[in-house]
Design a protein around this ligand. Sequence first.
Ligand code: UDX
Length: 436
Amino acid sequence: MKIAMVGSGYVGLVSGACFADFGHEVVCIDKDPAKIESLHQGIMPIYEPGLAELVAGNAKAGRLNFTTDLAAGIDGAGAIFIAVGTPSRRGDGHADLSYVYSVAEEIGANLKQASVIVTKSTVPVGTGDEVERILTDANPGVRFAVASNPEFLREGAAIGDFKHPDRIVVGTEDDWARGVMTEVYRPLFLGRSPMLFTSRRSSELIKYAANAFLAVKITFINEMADLCEKVGADVQDVSRGIGMDGRIGAKFLHAGPGYGGSCFPKDTLALLKTAEDYEAPTRIVEAVVKVNDARKRAMGRKVIEALGGTDESRGKKVALLGLTFKPNTDDMRDAPSIAIAQALIDAGVSVAGYDPEGMAIAAPLMPEVAMQPDAYAAIEGADATVIVTEWDAFRALDLERIKRIAKAPVLVDLRNVYNPAEVRARGFSYSSIGRP
Ligand code: UDX
């Protein structure tokens, strides 16, 4: 089947390349000519492990094409995915749907064959109804249906997540659209990934509910970590102890500096707005958003404590290792490192930073941080070394070298990568999250 993917950002590009890899004929469309030109040359707009190879292989095989021309791109497509951004609207946290609606208008004006229009972008409940209205008003004169098909891709692991999903959710009330979507996902279906058909509204809400629930889980364990520090318990044991209960599950119980990224912060806010609009408050999610925001700033205070407190830390130097919101991505959106660096700078601490992939994007976001070419250059002369993001490269740092080049052997491990007893035995002052 020919599939058109409108929006060649993170979700569109990964999904398009994976659909092509399954044997579909895919056209990725984007209105940014520079992005399309780069893609033609095999240059990826984002860092995602395995993506460049997947795109190159499928482009070479002729199954994956790129264009800025929406009308040509959707011509002959049996399914047209809308995968454009839905950022937080400035001022109120509502999802900004202007890109989704303008794409819907353009599709409506150019559709020449029967096609299922699928919103893959994360959109609030009821957006599918509006997309349908826009298409109906455009009166394309051919059969169409609007379906919802949220993505659950983790950055850094997106290709694996796409090819081996826990489930595929499709929201539509239309039998013909169900058939088309079954065809689109048949390769996964054969791989026994369950396909869940729901109403369009349920599907739209599933995406927000899933992300909000995961944000709740992370925030819950983060608060347990704070409690562990006070009562002398170990949050990693608590995590394991509760995670072995099948009803709770072991994943997303890793305590850290607070969640960030392109999805959880924006989607929790958008869910709150929907809940407010429909007068069905989701107080748990409200609390999670507040607790997580406060946590990022609190991590700055934790580093200041490790430096000896507010007065002692003025004029000292800190090395921040890992700036992206999580490893294996160059995404800096809502990264805890931003709030931590700011808290340190506000306290008169000078900050050096290093990240394996995120520095180009991080540098303009934190102009007062001195970016360094590698971890040890950042640690040189530092009064404390802070692991903010758990890139593999930071899992086996040369502790003896750190002792030689740093001003003080102080390690603040915000991702619990190291074993406290071992690091302390090597002569470090070590603090982590939720461990005695
Ligand atoms: C998330 C969802 O997992 C994905 O299904 C959705 O489609 C998009 O949002 P992503 O933002 O790529 O994916 O990252 P994820 O791996 O979920 O991590 C989000 C944040 O939570 C990161 O800041 C991460 O460091 C943090 N996290 C995650 C924890 O602090 N502890 C955990 O146990 C898990």
